[in-house]
Design a binder for this molecule. Structure first.
Ligand SMILES: [Fe+2]
Ligand SMILES: [Fe+2]
Length: 481
C-alpha cells in the first residue's frame, strides 16, 4: 500500500492499512456511531445539511494533500492519516537519545504516553463544542466556511488520537476513547480537561483570537509531540500540523481584517484618537482598546495551557523520550539536558525575576517562550496596519504574570505591564484590561449574519484572496432552505 495516498474504499479513510488490521478496524467502527452522535449533538449548530466548500486530505504528500469540494459536514470523510515513516529515525532526545524510534509503546512509559495522548485528544472536540454557535452569526460565507473547515479538522484530530489509543493501548485505550466523547466543554460534571477549553467562544472576535492564540498552543504541543520517540505519535502529529497551519491563518487574517476595517472606518470618519471608544463604536466597528482586551484574555488563557513553569512531569516526559522541545532536532546541544540550565520567570520576594533552573524541569517555560515569540509575528502585522493608517496605537502581549490561573503567578495579580497589584486594585481595575460584559454586549450587537456571496459584515474587511483561489463572490456555503 502506498502510504502517501489515502485509502477511501473503507468506511474510515486511512493510510495505515486498516483493512488488514481487523481488530483496530473493528474498534474504530464500534466508536464511529458515538462520534457521529457527538457531532450531531455538539458539532456546528445548523448548516448540517448545507453544502460547504471544504478541503479533504487525500494524501500526506506535502506538495499536494488536499482536495476541495462541496461536502455536507456529516458526510466529511474523517480519516486516519500519518505522515510517512522516516527511515532509520532515532529517538531525538532524552535518556534513549540515538536509539531506534519505537514502533510499539515501551511498557515503562505506557501510562505517561497514554495521558499525553488523551490530553491532546481532549482539546480537539472541545474547540468544536466551544465554536458550535458561531455559524449563525458568521460575517460572511467565506468566514463560515473557514469555521466549518476548522471544525471538521478538529474532529479529524480527535480521530487521530483515538486511533493511537485504540491501536496501542488495548482496553484502557478504548475506554479513554469513549471518555473523549463523554466530556463536554464547560460542563459542570464532565468538563474538558484544560481550562481554556471550558471557556465560551461567544463571538467571532473570540473565535479569531482563539484560533490565533489557542490553536497556536496546539501547534507548540504538536511540535513537541512530533519529536516523540514513539514513532506513530510523531507521524500523527506531523500530519496534524499541516492542517493546523490553516487554523492559525484563520486567526491571524481574521484579526488583521477586523483591525483593518476599524482603521478604515476611523479614518473615513476623521477620528484622530483611536481610544475614543464611544465615537469609534458609533461607527459600528470594534475599537482597538477592546481588541486589546480580548487579546489579553486569550493570550493569558493560552499561557496557562503550558502548565507550571517548573515541572517534573515535563522533565520525566523528556527523559523518557516522549515529548521533546520545539524543533528539537535543530537545537545544537546534547539533547539530554542533564547539566544545563534555563532562565525561568519567578516570583522572588514579591518581584518578578529570572532565575536559572535546571533545563529539564524548565521545559514548559521554554516551550512557552517559543510560543510567545511565535505570537509576536502576527502582532507585528496587525500593528503595521494600524501605523500605516496613521494611528499611534500598538497592540501588545500582556506580561506573563497578568491574569494567570496556573504556575508561578497564579496567586498574585499584575497589570498587563507586569506591575504587581493588590486584590482591591485588581477588582477595581480589571475591567480596563479584560473584556467586561458591556464590551461583550457591544460585540454581540455587531454579530449579524451575512449570507450573501461576496458580502461582509460592516465590522470586518474582506479577505485579500479567496480560499483555493476562488473569486470574491464565490458561494463558499450553499445554505439549504
Ligand atoms: Fe487540532
Ligand atoms: Fe486547530
Amino acid at each position: 500500500m502506498n502510504y502517501m495516498n489515502v485509502d477511501y474504499s473503507t468506511k474510515i479513510p486511512n493510510n495505515v492499512n486498516l483493512s488488514e488490521d481487523r481488530q483496530v478496524l473493528k474498534a474504530l467502527e464500534g466508536w464511529h456511531p458515538g462520534y457521529m452522535d457527538w457531532w450531531s449533538d455538539m458539532g456546528p449548530e445548523g448548516f448540517q445539511q448545507s453544502l460547504v466548500y471544504l478541503r479533504t486530505a487525500y494524501s500526506v504528500d506535502p506538495r499536494g494533500w488536499a482536495k476541495f469540494d462541496y461536502v455536507k459536514m456529516p458526510e466529511y470523510r474523517w480519516g486516519i492519516l500519518l505522515a510517512p515513516q522516516e527511515e532509520n529515525r532515532v529517538v531525538p532526545f532524552g535518556e534513549s537519545y540515538g536509539e531506534p524510534a519505537w514502533q510499539e509503546v515501551p511498557g515503562e512509559h505506557r501510562a505517561m504516553l497514554r495521558r499525553l495522548i488523551v490530553i491532546q485528544g481532549d482539546t480537539e472536540p472541545a474547540s468544536v463544542e466551544q465554536q458550535r454557535h458561531l455559524g449563525k452569526t458568521a460575517p460572511s460565507l467565506y468566514d463560515m466556511r473557514n469555521l466549518f473547515q476548522v471544525n471538521v479538522e478538529e474532529g479529524r484530530h480527535l480521530w487521530a488520537m483515538v486511533y493511537l489509543l485504540q491501536k496501542y493501548f488495548g482496553r484502557d485505550g478504548r475506554e479513554e476513547a469513549d471518555e473523549l466523547l463523554r466530556r463536554r466543554s464547560g460542563d459542570a460534571d464532565a468538563p474538558r480537561m484544560l481550562g481554556a477549553f471550558n471557556e465560551a467562544t461567544p463571538d467571532w472576535l473570540s473565535f479569531f483570537m482563539f484560533t490565533y492564540f489557542t490553536d497556536r498552543d496546539g501547534k507548540m504541543q504538536l511540535h513537541s509531540l512530533a519529536q516523540s520517540g514513539f514513532d506513530p505519535l510523531s507521524r500523527t502529529c506531523r500530519f496534524m500540523l499541516t492542517e493546523e497551519a490553516h487554523h492559525m491563518f484563520v486567526g491571524e487574517t481574521g484579526i488583521s481584517r477586523v483591525v483593518q476595517r476599524t482603521c478604515e472606518a476611523m479614518r473615513d470618519a476623521g477620528i484622530t484618537d483611536p481610544t475614543d471608544i464611544a465615537k469609534v463604536r458609533a461607527l459600528g466597528v470594534i475599537d482597538l482598546p477592546t481588541i486589546q482586551k480580548k487579546l489579553n484574555l486569550h493570550y493569558s488563557l493560552s499561557l496557562d495551557l503550558f502548565g507550571s513553569e517548573v515541572s517534573t512531569n515535563a522533565a520525566n516526559a523528556f527523559n523518557a523520550g516522549i515529548k521533546g522541545r520545539y524543533r528539537e532536532t535543530q537545537i545544537d546541544d546534547d539533547h539530554r539536558l542533564q547539566n544545563s540550565t534555563y532562565p525561568v520567570l519567578k516570583l522572588v520576594n514579591g518581584e518578578i525575576k529570572r532565575v536559572d533552573e535546571p533545563a529539564l524541569t524548565a521545559l514548559n517555560m521554554r516551550l512557552r517562550d517559543d510560543y510567545t515569540q511565535d505570537c509576536v509575528k502576527g502582532m507585528l502585522r496587525w500593528n503595521k496596519i494600524i501605523s500605516l493608517a496613521g494611528y499611534q496605537f500598538k497592540l501588545t502581549l500582556p506580561n506573563v504574570a497578568f491574569h494567570r490561573a496556573i504556575g508561578e503567578f497564579k496567586d498574585i495579580h499584575a497589570t498587563p505591564d507586569g506591575v504587581l497589584i493588590d486584590d482591591a486594585t485588581w477588582t477595581k481595575r480589571k475591567g480596563e484590561w479584560l473584556p467586561s460584559s458591556a464590551d461583550g454586549d457591544f460585540i454581540a450587537s455587531l454579530m449579524k449574519p451575512v449570507t450573501v456571496s461576496g458580502e461582509y459584515a460592516p465590522w470586518i474587511s474582506p479577505p485579500k484572496v479567496g480560499i483555493d483561489n476562488k473569486p470574491g463572490d464565490f458561494e463558499y456555503v450553499k445554505i439549504e432552505t
